[in-house]
Design a protein around this ligand. Structure first.
Ligand code: PMP
Length: 352
């Protein structure tokens, strides 16, 4: 091994879901929205002048933070934007998790958290969920260097009621508490109203799921001025121009179309509830998801074999080859047509 090789940072990377090429497939594996972005985004795209790409974008991303601030009724100084919520979360890890005590997150959760902890050298401890995959607020009553959890949690889809989120906040005035709300629009309640009361609360959301813009990479966070300005300082010490001009312009257009947002959300929620009914009829069991996916297992069907059989049919779902999780498939809610195709296949597969 050469000397320079010894200096290479050793990390265990996050493994994103597959992005198979081709058109004739049903993609239910990465929690994308099955509907296109708002027509306002298409319009803004048509009106975009390439001349705007000649210059650097506004480093403060004011068009987008302003649109988000108006939409959510907060001050622009309480909004931070980034390249997907992954970027926002990574910045938050860098900014807030520098104490000597381990940070806490659930043992079953978004698998990027331990990766960032590893990359940034943040000590962490995982907190077991209860037997029904629930977060127990009382388990977060011990010394820690910060707390992070998704709400709804991933990949379970379970939502922790806001009074229990608040219980965690009340018991942890000395830590930054990050609530990752990537899936909150599909039926949860956001902790956003609590940011005025809890200066240590950061609420993170994304355009990738509920706003149908995973490919544009836009995420954002709400928090007290203190938290947001600390994140800005880290951002400006790392990369001043995280947001490109197209993302700023198209993101702002998307936020302005509340009617379309509500309509597509309503459709996905309806399809999810219908899917729960037939999955149950087929003998699947699953936590009661409030997200745009269902984490389902079947007593008589091996999850990995079913995953492979679905893949052969060009139906992609997510399978995690890890203890406990390996009995489940995470199925993103697609269009009614896509879910009907999945339903038909599962009926045949299970001999129903
Ligand atoms: N948080 C959770 C819980 C997620 O599942 C995801 C999607 N992988 C993200 C954050 C990141 O999404 P994005 O970077 O597309 O905003």
């Amino acid at each position: 091994m050469s000397v320079w090789e010894k200096y290479i940072r050793q990390v265990e990377p996050y493994v994103p879901g597959e992005q198979p090429a081709g058109k004739n497939l049903i993609k239910l594996n990465t929690n994308e929205n099955p509907y296109p972005p708002s027509p306002k985004v298409e319009e803004a795209l048509k009106n975009m002048d390439p001349e705007a790409f000649r210059k650097y974008p506004d480093p403060a991303s004011s068009v987008l933070t302003g649109a988000l601030a108006r939409c959510y009724g907060v001050d622009p100084s309480q909004v931070f934007v980034g390249v997907g919520s992954d970027d926002v979360l990574a910045m938050a890890f860098m900014t807030f998790f520098n104490g000597e005590h381990p940070i806490l997150f659930p043992d079953i959760t978004y698998s990027f958290y331990p990766v960032w902890a590893g990359l940034f050298g943040v000590p962490y401890e995982t907190v077991p969920l209860d037997g029904e995959f629930r977060i127990r607020p009382e388990d977060y009553r011990r010394q820690n260097g910060g707390i992070i959890f998704p709400n709804p949690n991933a990949p379970t889809g379970l939502f922790l009621p806001l009074d229990q989120v608040e219980e965690i906040l009340k018991n942890n005035p000395d830590s930054v508490v990050i609530v990752d709300e990537a899936y909150v629009d599909f039926g949860g309640t956001s902790a956003l109203p609590l940011i005025d009361q809890y200066e240590n609360l950061l609420v993170v959301q994304t355009f990738s799921k509920s706003r149908s813009m995973a490919g544009m990479r836009i995420g954002y966070a709400f928090g007290s001025r203190k938290l947001i300005s600390a994140m800005e300082n880290v951002k400006y010490s790392y990369n001043s121009y995280t947001m490109n001009q197209a993302a700023l312009c198209l993101g702002a257009a998307a936020v302005e179309d509340t009617a379309y947002f509500r309509d597509t959300l309503g459709r996905i929620i309806r399809t999810r509830e219908e899917t729960k009914v037939w999955l149950k009829e087929l003998g699947f069991s699953f936590p009661d998801s409030m997200a745009n996916f269902i984490f389902a297992s079947h007593e008589k069907a091996d999850a990995e074999e079913l995953y492979q059989a679905l893949k052969k049919e060009r139906i992609y779902v997510r399978y995690f080859k890890k203890p406990v999780l390996d009995r489940y498939l995470r199925i993103t809610i697609g269009t009614d047509q896509e879910m009907a195709a999945l339903h038909d296949f599962l009926k045949r597969y299970l001999g129903r």
